[in-house]
Design a protein around this ligand. Structure first.
Ligand code: CA
Length: 231
């Protein structure tokens, strides 16, 4: 039995029913909210563990809801958007969303996103203090020593590659937008920073991925950003 309580914020009844039917079939508990106002009320009164949030709601814009919730809560938010434009996803992620699903999505995709979020939640609860060593498959980052390894071999990373690896590993499972990454690494997000990011990501991948063209650790979200996956 999954003890998580999931809040489903969606005004479109067939989509809401699809999500709740799926959750029920997998023993998740859930609450529903058809509007932004009821969503904020549910979050503040029932403190759900995960939120599925439709961006196009009749009363309040989804991005606005994320910003409001983020003023007091770190609850994982998975955005559901009918809009295929990357700018909406980017805006939602930059406002504090953790992940996104684009309509139409499959039940498998929905469950996969939920599992990723569940693993992140479990990791967050397991170590209240951030771990000093990060291990993911063959990859190991020793934050305290400032070193990274692939298996037993120490990786020779440039300072920027190392900072990129730290940023991605500290946010494992979460999609980080180009803007977020470049601001963390360079303190700015000009177009040429995004171009540089692509170059550094390519050199980092060459060092950590056995097949840089089909990466195992770092996923590309075209036009959006990057995510480190738990392997
Ligand atoms: Ca909608």
């Amino acid at each position: 039995m999954n003890k998580l309580v999931i809040l489903v914020v969606e005004d479109d009844l067939p989509v809401r029913n699809l999500i709740t039917t799926t959750l029920r079939a997998h023993d998740y508990h859930y609450l529903t909210a058809p509007t932004g106002e009821t969503a904020i009320l549910e979050v503040s009164s029932h403190n759900p563990d995960v939120i599925f949030l439709d961006l196009g709601l009749p009363d309040i814009d989804g991005i606005e809801i994320i910003r409001k919730i983020r003023t007091w809560s770190n609850v994982p938010i998975i955005v559901i958007s009918a809009r295929s434009e990357d700018s909406d996803k980017i805006e939602a992620l930059d406002a504090g969303a953790d992940d996104y699903l684009t309509k139409p999505f499959s039940v498998e995709e929905l469950l996969a996103r939920l599992r990723v979020t569940q693993r992140r939640l479990a990791a967050m609860q397991a170590d209240a203090a951030p771990p000093s060593v990060f291990v993911n498959g063959m990859l190991k980052v020793d934050y305290a020593a400032g070193c990274a390894y692939l298996g037993e071999t120490e990786l020779h990373l440039t300072p920027i590659e190392y900072r990129l690896l730290c940023l991605l590993s500290q946010n494992v499972g979460k999609v980080l937008t180009h803007t977020y990454i470049t601001e963390k690494i360079w303190g700015s997000s000009w177009d040429n920073d995004v171009a540089s990011l692509r170059v550094f990501m390519a050199t980092l991948r060459k060092k950590i991925e056995s097949l840089p063209d089909s990466p195992q650790y770092i996923q590309t979200h075209i036009g959006v950003g990057y995510r480190m996956i738990r392997v």
